[in-house]
Design a protein around this ligand. Sequence first.
Ligand code: ATP
Ligand code: MG
Length: 457
Amino acid sequence: FESRFDLPHIRDLFPNASPIPSTFCLRMRTPTEDFAGGYPSDEKWHGYINNNDRVLLKVIRYSSPTSAGAECIDPDCTWVEQWVHRAGPREKIYFQPEEVKAAIVTCGGLCPGLNDVIRHIVITLEIYGVKKIVGIPFGYRGFSNEGLTEMPLSRKVVQNIHLSGGSLLGVSRGGPPISDIVDNMKKREINMLFVLGGNGTHAGANAIHNECRKRGLKVAVVGVPKTIDNDILLMDKTFGFDTAVEEAQRAINSAYIEAHSAYHGIGIVKLMGRSSGFIAMHASLASGQIDICLIPEVPFDLHGPLGVLRHLKYLIETKGSAVVCVAEGAGQDFLEKTNTKDASGNIVLSDIGVHIQQETKKYFKDIGIPADVKYIDPTYMIRACRANASDGILCTVLGQNAVHGAFAGYSGITVGICNTHYVYFPIPEVISYPRAVDPNSRMWHRCLTSTGQPDFI
Ligand code: ATP
Ligand code: MG
């Protein structure tokens, strides 16, 4: 089975690079071997992944082009098969553990699970026998000449970091040019770089990988996609998303209680999702307490006869209360463009939550119906949470596989979960554009069924 994607490999750059047999899976460790306190003595990996192992990327078979969801496919080709590289430890590795200096960097905004991934990268590197592991402080900025010093990492340092949210290393947006980053990496003798971040960070990681290739440096750059919005292509989900949905549900529940307990109460909750409404859609589905879910992918009218405000009036008259959930990137057309950009070049969005709150208050005042409007923005509370159990597992496996990928000699790749299996993708394939909710998908239709909302256009 051919993979849909070729993974860039150190071998392409150094055709004579000879692989080294991995001792990772075969060696039994004694508690005293690596650090005081020790590993469990039975720590052992059970077998290797073959480079030719593949995971099925697409597994749907439409029996007819009229099946829901099959509209966009070619009627003559209802059976789609695409395979991608399976992640995991390889029998042959391309770095001697003692020659490795590994660095970890976390960029962009906070996301539940960052510490879990850092922890597992460090632990897995140590199991391979790597002694030099450092954390780069405050994202790519830590590679600048601002005098930010790297943080030595070991199992001892990271042992309990997953018990709290945030990032042990700190995060930032912006940072030095790519050539300065590679200069800095060279100065610090870093030859394995693990990059945790979203689309922007991965674009940076790929640029670092290309610059290293251009300079002929034997460096492995491996990404772990961090996007709470779940907007990375081809993956089942990204870490932090599950936790975000769970926490968002709590905010929705509070809004529901507020709205339900007030006379003509209306609760409005703004959730993350700059360009895709996965959190809003999933939290609406999970909570079962949302009457109106608004996402960036689905345009809506606010004031018109079919608009959101008219529907709110109907809900107040029939149910007595209502709860609205809106993704931060929704309805940006109604707002004045800020034209402001953050340090990474992302456009700063105007606040749609506050806008809907103000317009709702004004509307009910104008039509002479009392309404008690409450607005909740749980964004920063959600971002700072520690990962829940399911994200904890995802982070563990992603962290381990990132290290296996680097040792296997791949660079310019990222790790992910695809149809419940763990895989490697070349970075450009997953960041060419943000993944979005398909308004024709069954999931969005299920969400509409659950909220009972009409089309607002
Ligand atoms: P989040 O999901 O939190 O937005 P992100 O990774 O997209 O995560 P950004 O702030 O957009 O966060 O970018 C993070 C880092 O990546 C910044 O340091 C930024 O300078 C760098 N970066 C962003 N876009 C690019 C790009 N196209 N090329 C190189 N570097 C980039
Ligand atoms: Mg981004």
